[in-house]
Design a protein. Sequence first.
Lengths: 40, 132
Amino acid sequence: MMRLGATVEDFTLLDDRAQPWTLSGQRGRPVLLIFHRHLM
Amino acid sequence: MRDRLDDLADSSIAVVTFAGVERLAAHREHLGLPFSLLADPERTVYRRFGLDRAPLWRVYNPGTLRLYGQLLARGRRLRRPVDDTRQLGGDFVIDAAGRLAAAFRPRSPDDRPPVDDLVAAVRRCRRDEPGS
C-alpha cells in the first residue's frame, strides 16, 4: 500500500477526449485525484 | 466540490473512473465536471492506490442505504447500476513534488471525506512547499 510521503509512481490514463493525462505532467502543483464509484 | 473550486485554483483535479474512454464524455456531461475525467477500465491505478472491491454487506450497509434515501428525498433519480457497485472509490492528494500527501480510502460508499478535508489537504501541500 502506498505510504504517505512516498513518491507516487507515474501513470498515464486517457481523458474524456481520449488524450493522455500523465501524473508527472502535473508536477509543480498539487494534484487531487478523486476515484469515482459507479453512477447511481 | 464545485463551490470550492476557487480554493483549488492552482491545483490539478482529476476524477478517475473505471468506465471506458468511450463513456467518459457522457459521464462528464452528466456530472457537469469542470475538470479532467480519466478512464481506468482495468482498474490498474485503482489497485495501485489500494482501492479494492468491497463485500456486498459493506457496500449496502445502513449508512449507504441512508445516503441513497437522502438523495431520493432530494429528488435525485436512482438508476439501475451498470457498473461494478462493489468497487470502492477514494481521494488522494499528491504534492507538487509527486509525493503522496493525503489518502482517504473509505471502507464503504458512505465513508467519503467532506470536501473541506480535501481542500485542507491540498492547502497543506501548498503550505509545505519550499518557497511558499
